[in-house]
Design a protein around this ligand. Structure first.
Ligand SMILES: C[S@@+](CC[C@H](N)C(=O)[O-])C[C@H]1O[C@@H](n2cnc3c(N)ncnc32)[C@H](O)[C@@H]1O
Length: 283
């Protein structure tokens, strides 16, 4: 990154430099400050010199709008082929994605692995917002004795999930479901040992449905994702946890504890995605 910046940017440009970039399969996604927009072709050439195997380079404005439901962003192809379908490899899994139509972030790779490591043999899991199936497939491969109901409302994400399930040979273990998580969870009441809620912007409103999907006779877990504001030095977890308690622990019959909490990634100035691993038992 530093080398790329120094090769192509003047000192004043460095101040507003390329914020960051991701490599997804053979596509490079550059988050570009608006002031660097006129330089984007020059920047793309420099990236390509550095990564000659890249097929396509796209730019996404630094604080670009994210489509509310499917969580996709408008991407500007600045170099190479316009096709945004690619195949990404992560922790021994293969994920086929089309960046124009589905959400995918390699920055969640550690988080996906962290959750997969927690899963126990025999667990039934619901992934409420599974995208192209990344969490679900990694869990299935890490812990073969599991069943994962894997829901997404985006028809493109669902089709790629089906394809990825086959590519990774986890058919029958990961069950792709196309639909709204709230409606689909009505059919899965009381079945889950573990529920994943990777929709930080809106997970609160789905919490009651997630709790209803848990088994009532044992301790279960919800991996709850939220957006928290503040600095890294602040306690970024109290406010989300208080909100969670307000929503679900109104019932006396429910015991709620945080097993683990962590900052997943920074998503803007003083804005972080955080996760709370919530241990829940009905008493
Ligand atoms: C942040 S992405 C999830 C990423 C995914 N877990 C991964 O690791 O790549 C959120 C996903 O939730 C889906 N989604 C949003 N609202 C939904 C709903 N009501 N029911 C089911 N899926 C929904 C979006 O289509 C999107 O694919």
């Amino acid at each position: 990154m530093i080398a790329i910046r120094k090769n192509i940017l003047t000192e004043p440009e460095l101040k507003n430099a390329i914020h960051s970039y991701d490599i997804i399969g053979d596509i490079i996604v550059i988050r570009l400050h608006p002031e660097l927009e006129p330089e984007k072709e020059r920047i793309a050439e420099a990236f390509h010199a550095f990564y000659p195997k890249a097929r396509t380079i796209v730019a996404v404005p630094l604080h670009s709008h994210t489509e509310e439901l499917y969580r996709t962003r408008a991407l500007d192809v600045i170099w190479g082929a316009a096709k945004l379908e690619t195949t990404h490899r992560e922790y021994g899994c293969i994920f086929k994605v089309d960046l124009e139509h589905v959400f995918f972030s390699p920055r969640l790779s550690y988080e996906r692995q962290r959750v997969a490591q927690k899963v126990a043999p025999g667990d039934t899991i619901i992934n409420m917002f599974s995208g192209v199936g990344c969490f679900s497939i990694l869990i299935a491969k890490t812990q073969p004795q599991t069943t994962i109901y894997s829901i997404d409302v985006n028809p493109y994400a669902y089709e790629y999930m089906r394809e990825n399930v086959a590519l990774n040979k986890v058919e029958g273990q990961v069950i792709p479901i196309l639909g709204d998580a709230r409606t689909e969870l009505d059919k899965l009441e009381g079945v889950a040992d573990r529920v994943l809620m990777p929709l930080p912007e809106d997970a609160y409103s789905f919490l009651p449905a997630a709790v209803k999907a848990l088994k009532t006779k044992k301790e279960c877990m919800i991996h709850f994702y939220a957006v928290s504001t503040g600095s890294r030095a602040d306690n970024l977890f109290d406010t989300p946890f208080e909100r969670v308690k307000d929503i679900i622990s109104c019932e006396d019959s429910l015991r709620l504890e945080v097993e683990e909490k962590r900052i997943v990634r920074s998503v803007g100035p003083r804005k972080y995605h955080v996760v709370l691993d919530l241990r829940i038992a009905f008493v």
